[in-house]
Design a binder for this molecule. Sequence first.
Ligand code: MF3
Ligand code: CO
Ligand code: CO
Length: 259
Amino acid sequence: MLVYKTEEEIDILRRNNLLVSKTLAEVAKLIKPGVTTLELDKRAEEFIRDNGAVPGFLGYGGYPNTLCTSINDEVVHGIPSNRVLKNGDIVSVDCGTFMEGFYGDTAYTFPVGEVKDDVMNLIKTTKESLFKGIDNAIDGLRIGDVGYAVQFHAEKAGFSVVREMVGHGLGRDMHESPEVPNYGKRGRGIKLATGLVICIEPMINMGSKYIKQDNDGWTIRTIDGKPSAHFELAIVVRKEKAEILSTFKYIEEVKNFGI
Ligand code: MF3
Ligand code: CO
Ligand code: CO
């Protein structure tokens, strides 16, 4: 069942996703060689609570933290720990909030210090592919148009698209219908209509598209150990152009990460 949101509900979703965006900017200030992912997590939790929300991921399906921090070959759902970020790493930071009955959900992949050109290209391409998807998330187009645009851009650059994990509707639940795959065929799938709120979140691998799960029950990593990047924004489908509810603006004001 698809849940279309009223403008009042969209206002609440906008507040949640702006808070997530600002939280990611607080995290961005701390990202450098030597910081642990648990330090990032602590700052994010504090900032979310100081702003009147609660962490959206904490306790979700038993998840233990505020952030998902996924380093290098980790695709998504990496659990914050005492692991130290090193020069040349990349880290996907995915963050969620919950307030006034609705969720926020947004992610950004940061380079740590100096990152090799081919890995920077992976990050850049993944971010671009997200915006290609957003360009197609308009009233009257279909979910397959979004996935096709993401996939086309990623594969053109020689990268591969993770299939098992997908974007999703966002609202009173963090994961609502529809599923939003990052691959697809033009003109296929459900028709998008005004008021549908979705998260588009390409997970793009440098090598094989295949993934595996660690024994911790959460961490997803590439099968071949090559790096993976992940960006996510929440958007509302509208007539001419999607309205983007979250933003990377605050992150990129902290520092130019070169993406
Ligand atoms: N934020 C993830 C997504 O983009 C889901 C995180 S699951 C959790 O869909 F358990 F870690 F919260
Ligand atoms: Co997310
Ligand atoms: Co999501």
